[in-house]
Each structure stands twice: as structure tokens, then as C-alpha cells.
Ligand binder design. Structure first.
Ligand code: AVI
Length: 388
């Protein structure tokens, strides 16, 4: 594993005090302190860019493990957030992009959502993977690389990693995730569990990750897009994403696509309006993030979470609603924003799929729909799409 171009090499030099290389076992983690000011790092005994042997402490993965994290976040990571928040609060209706949910706290709140009794998606997908992981991986022949878009905590991935390691000795795992902290901690945990693993991770958004992945050749690849992450794309974005993903795959590779199914409104609305209020906290954390990172003064108590199923559009719509007339200032944007009582900021859509929608999506993006596995209650689908 190595830097791909001069730009990255320069980047690595700039970040020299944050990079560590343990040779010959090649343990390399590279983080930019500007991008990840809150990233908690275990102090390493020898933090240099050299290739000298480095003893790795017991809190690090075993020395036989390999980990490389590519940082794809731009030099000034807040610029994207600032620009998008300015644009989103200047349009009518106001809106934010769902990718901004996932700062460190947001990622942890999402992990908590996955444990909620009302949020059936994670349990249903787990049930499918626990039961069928061997069958799923047997759809591909030969030494396989595992690629995962939006890996998060990678807890479900374990089931597929284990199934692959039952039939091959070693495994290259390539996770791509917007949250560097989630990537860092999940990679370390995986390496502690599976010494046969090499991890080459990409911290950045999906399209930045896919653009990098296109530059490299891989062995037979099983790509994962789990957790119904596809739900948060509008239909045209879903097409664009699957097209881009298809381009990094070769004929004979496959994508396992987890997609939540259309179902009764009451089940869907409960999943996005949990009794504990974790989804509300996840949603309102975007305002807290703007306060923390852009010097905003949103009073979180003057906003509330709203989520409902729009049956005609086949999606759960999620909003933040102002409970009164109010003005908010955002220091770093030099901006004052007015809210009327009841005015909403649209923060997310979560599209629900029929199996026929998935077949259509596959056909339009260069895949053939292979097998589909469902949980016992038939709430969730795991779809194997074959690159043709
Ligand atoms: C990540 N994504 C699939 C979740 C969903 O169900 O759409 C995000 C989420 N938003 C609120 N709860 C969960």
C-alpha cells in the first residue's frame, strides 16, 4: 500500500507528526488534525514518518495486522459544511444534507438508533446475514476482496468477513465511510478480532471514495451497501451512486444491497419517532453541530423533531421544526436566519423499496438482480446484484 500521487505525498509530509508507520508489518494510519480535531488517538511510542520498526502498544491492533486509512476529506473540512449550511438555510423550504448527521456524536446516536426496539431495520438485516452469509458469499468464486460503502461500526460486516474467512485464509477489507472516527475505531476492533485481515480504509464521502477506488485493480470483489443506506438517496442520486459503484466493479463482481421494504405506515412512523427520543436527538444534533463548528446559537429547545411516511412518494420524511418565531445567528457564516413558528428544515428522506423497484434500479445501472433474502417478518431485503 502506498501513496497514489504527489499531492498525497505532500499531504503526508504536511501531516508528518500525525502519521505512523510500523514496518515491516505495515501498520499505517494517517489523519489530518485539521480535519479531525476531535479524533482521540492512542499515543504511539514512535510517531514518525520513517520506516523504522515501531513497537505497537497493546492498545493497538496486533503487529501482524495491517491498517491504512486514506483521508479524502478536503484540507478545510468545515468549508463544505459552511457552504452547504449557508445554501440550505437560504433556500425555501430550508434544508440540510443528511451526510452532516454523522459527526462523532451523530455517528454514536445512529448506533443507538440501531438498538431501538422500534428501529427494526438493523435486527432484520442481521437476522438475514446470520442465516445466509455463507450462501451469499458462495455466489462469488475465488479469492474475494470485501468492499463496503458506508461501513460505520461494521458490526454486520463481521458476519460476511467470517463467512469469507471460512473459505479463504486472508481477506482484504476496503471500508469507505464519511466518519473518520467510526472508521478508525471499527478498523481497530476488526483487526483485533481477525488477524487474517488487511484493511485499506477511505475516510470521505461515497463519491470521493469511489473515485479513488476506480484507480485501482482488485481481485474478485463483493461490495456491500448495507443498512438500507440507499434509502437516503433521492431516486436520481441512487441511480448515480449505483452507476459509480458499478464502474469500480468488474464483470463477475457483485453488490449486496440492503434495502428496507415498503410496509404499514404505523410501523414506519414508529421506527422514526422512537419513544426514547434518540432519533429526535440524532436529528437535532445537526443544529448542535452548527453551534459547535460554525458558531451558531440555535436554541435546541425551540426546535422539534418531525417524521412521517409520505405514502405517495414512498418515503419517510424527516424535518426539524421551529416551535416559535425566532432569529438565529451563525457567527462563522456572518448570517442571521429567521424562522416562523412551524417552519421546517428538511433534513432527510428515507425511501422504502418494493422488490420491483430494486430490480429496476439494478437493470438501469449495469447489474442483474441475483437472489434476494428476506427476514422472517419480510420487513427487509438483502439483494445480490451481479455486475454484468
Ligand atoms: C442510515 N439510514 C439508512 C437511516 C434510515 O433509516 O434512513 C438513517 C436514519 N434516520 C433516522 N433514523 C435512521
Amino acid at each position: 500500500m502506498h501513496h497514489k500521487d504527489t499531492e498525497n505525498t505532500k499531504d503526508a509530509q504536511r501531516k508528518s507528526s500525525y502519521a505512523a508507520v510500523a514496518s515491516p508489518t505495515q501498520l499505517l494510519i494517517e489523519f489530518d488534525p485539521v480535519s479531525y480535531p476531535n479524533l482521540k488517538r492512542t499515543p504511539w511510542p514512535n510517531r514518525t514518518t520513517g520506516t523504522e520498526n515501531t513497537h505497537v502498544s497493546h492498545t493497538e491492533p496486533a503487529t501482524t495486522d495491517q491498517l491504512y486509512i486514506h483521508n479524502l476529506v478536503k484540507r478545510e473540512p468545515r468549508a463544505g459544511l459552511a457552504e452547504d449550511v449557508r445554501r440550505g438555510l437560504s433556500t425555501k423550504p430550508k434544508r440540510f444534507l443528511p451526510k452532516y448527521f454523522y459527526d462523532q456524536l451523530g455517528s454514536q446516536l445512529f448506533e443507538a438508533i440501531c438498538l431501538l426496539p422500534e428501529y427494526y431495520l438493523t435486527r432484520a438485516e442481521n437476522e438475514i446475514l446470520e442465516r445466509y452469509a455463507d450462501e451469499i458469499v458462495s455466489s462469488l468464486e475465488g479469492e474475494t476482496t470485501l468492499l463496503e460503502m458506508g461501513s460505520g461500526s461494521a458490526s454486520k460486516t463481521r458476519l460476511l468477513i467470517e463467512a469469507l474467512l471460512r473459505r479463504q485464509k486472508e481477506l482484504l477489507f476496503i471500508p469507505v465511510d464519511i466518519s473518520a472516527t467510526a472508521l478508525d475505531s471499527s478498523s481497530r476492533i476488526l483487526l483485533q478480532s481477525y488477524p487474517q485481515l488487511t484493511i485499506e480504509a477511505y475516510a470521505g464521502d461515497y463519491f470521493a471514495g469511489l473515485a479513488e477506488l476506480r484507480k485501482k485493480q482488485r481481485s474478485r470483489t463483493l461490495a456491500l451497501f448495507l443498512g438500507s443506506n440507499i434509502s437516503n438517496f433521492d431516486p436520481d442520486e441512487a441511480l448515480k451512486f449505483l452507476h459509480a459503484l458499478r464502474e469500480v466493479l468488474q464483470q463477475g463482481d457483485a453488490l449486496l444491497l440492503g434495502a428496507d421494504l415498503k410496509k404499514d405506515k404505523s410501523v414506519l412512523e414508529a421506527a422514526y419517532n422512537d419513544a426514547l427520543g434518540v432519533t429526535a436527538a440524532f436529528n437535532l444534533n445537526v443544529l448542535a453541530r452548527i453551534n459547535r463548528e460554525l458558531g451558531g446559537n440555535f436554541d435546541l429547545r425551540a426546535f422539534q423533531h418531525r417524521a412521517f411516511y409520505n405514502e405517495a412518494a414512498g418515503r419517510v420524511e424527516i424535518y426539524i421544526e421551529s416551535t416559535r418565531d425566532q432569529k438565529v445567528t451563525i457567527g462563522e457564516l456572518d448570517m442571521e436566519v429567521e424562522f416562523a413558528a412551524g417552519e421546517q428544515i428538511h433534513t432527510e428522506n428515507s425511501y422504502k423499496y418494493a422488490l420491483s423497484d430494486i430490480a429496476r434500479l439494478a437493470e438501469e445501472t449495469g447489474f442483474a438482480r441475483g437472489r434476494t433474502w428476506l427476514d422472517k417478518k419480510e420487513q427487509f431485503s438483502s439483494n445480490l446484484l451481479l455486475a454484468v
